[in-house]
Design a protein around this ligand. Structure first.
Ligand code: PMP
Length: 425
């Protein structure tokens, strides 16, 4: 990434001086800004304000269920599953609306596979040494789940079309300990990558040494477009056609559609896996919060209503992502110090700084009053071996704050980058 200018000692010294001056100026601003997590902004939450008035005295679902009471349907309300089945690419009879958090469902899948037997398994995972493939950079909470349950994590590099499938295929073919892979197939966290058709095909068709291998298909950003409307292949159909019908677990939620943490989560899979889920979750809960599901169904109305709602989110978010790109381009464009993603959807931008600088950038930003996600969070055990990737979540701050944050980060990148180049001379 180093440009000619950096090989010239005088030019480098000049740039380092400038960066030091700008950093001192940044500290003088006395900022107190937070960019640590990808949360919807209050303005986005206001888009769903009507939810707080719903179901407005109504309590019967379309099938006549009294949502106030215990009882069927334990799979969740049909009218809500109908809305999400097309976007999550799961046949509605195989899609359950349960709980308020998809992460919780991923957690439960792991727990049930550890404590009981998955369809096709030769034993409980708790009795074996288990490993998961972790495409990197990836989502820290996936890695935290593995760490929590003593599941070994094997990093796999991401490419422009998803995980490097050559590496994935070689590993799963030869190592029966590898029981799963984490996938965020659309607008991945944090790179914004969309899995190619080729990746979906190879994931579904590959030979795995473990008979109970599962793809944890976390489709958290299925409808969260910023530019265009990307399509990703249908993993359940691909697995079925490849003769591995039970290979994929599909997850989704309304956390970044309606209210984060107060929405509805979804689990979809093959009929055998759904039966396995029902048998396990039936012990854990008498049923989901049907009143919240009714409220969501009334609010979103249908799949077109959901898409229209997401266009309103896009109206708020697209200018924020554009602002980050603009400030980064203005301040870093000709430095050769950084590259960053321009995602067409999702919640994050991945900023890549010179090797060995990410932690220093985050430290400098913190000292200047800008809290950024810890460097390394995008890798298992918080360890980015190149110390290069920083996750930027532009959604929560106001546009004005975001411009300050983005500028502040570029100052820290210049300071850390030029200091390192100077030290390396
Ligand atoms: N998966 C991914 C990839 C995410 O980015 C997030 C939220 N940051 C989640 C899952 C969590 O979703 P939920 O609120 O449904 O647990």
């Amino acid at each position: 990434m180093t440009t000619i200018a950096h090989r010239d000692a005088d030019a480098l010294a000049l740039r380092l001086d400038e960066a030091r001056r700008d950093y001192a100026g940044l500290k003088d601003r006395g900022l107190k800004l937070d960019l640590t997590r990808g949360k919807p902004s209050p303005e986005q939450l206001d888009l769903s304000a009507e939810l707080l008035t719903l179901p407005g005295g109504r309590y019967t679902a379309l099938d006549g269920t009294d949502c106030r009471n215990y009882g069927a349907p334990s799979d969740g309300l049909r009218e809500l599953r109908d809305i999400f089945a097309p976007v999550l690419q799961v046949p509605v009879d195989q899609l359950l609306a349960v709980g308020n958090s998809s992460l919780e469902l991923m957690h439960d899948c792991l727990v049930h596979a550890l404590l009981g037997e998955l369809p096709g398994a030769e034993g409980r995972w708790a009795d074996q040494r288990v490993a998961f493939l972790c495409p990197v950079p990836g989502y820290d909470r996936h890695f935290a789940l593995c760490a929590r349950f003593g599941i070994d994590m094997i990093p796999v590099p991401m490419t422009d079309g998803g995980p490097d499938m050559g590496v994935v295929e070689d590993l799963v073919r030869s190592d029966a300990r590898i029981k799963g892979i984490w996938c965020v197939p659309k607008y991945s966290n944090p790179d914004g990558t969309c899995y190619s058709d080729e990746t979906v095909r190879r994931l579904s068709a590959m030979e795995t040494a473990a008979p109970d291998f599962r793809i944890f298909w976390d489709n958290a950003y299925a409808v969260h477009h910023l530019d265009g409307e990307a399509e990703v292949g249908d993993i359940l159909a691909a697995c079925r056609e490849a003769g591995h019908p039970d290979r994929a677990f599909v997850f989704g939620s309304t956390s970044k559609i309606t209210f984060a943490g107060a929405g509805v989560a979804f689990f979809g899979s093959s009929p055998a896996n759904v039966a396995w889920w029902r048998a396990n979750s039936g012990k854990r809960t008498i049923g989901p919060d049907k009143v919240n599901q009714l409220r969501h169904a009334l609010f979103l109305k249908d799949t077109d209503g959901l898409r229209a709602h997401m266009r309103r989110h896009r109206g708020i978010l697209a200018p924020k992502f554009a602002a980050v790109d603009r400030v980064f381009s203005e301040q870093l464009g000709d430095t050769g110090l950084a590259t960053w993603t321009r995602p067409k959807g999702g919640y994050f931008v991945a900023l890549r700084v010179p090797d060995g600088c990410a932690r220093q950038v985050v430290r400098l930003a913190a000292e200047a009053g800008i809290a950024v996600t810890p460097a390394g969070a995008t890798h298992p055990h918080g360890n980015d071996p190149d110390d290069r990737v920083i996750r930027i979540g532009p959604t929560y701050p106001t546009l004005e704050e975001l411009e300050q944050i983005a500028y502040g980060i570029t100052v820290c990148v210049r300071l850390a980058g030029y200091e390192r180049l100077t030290a390396q001379r």
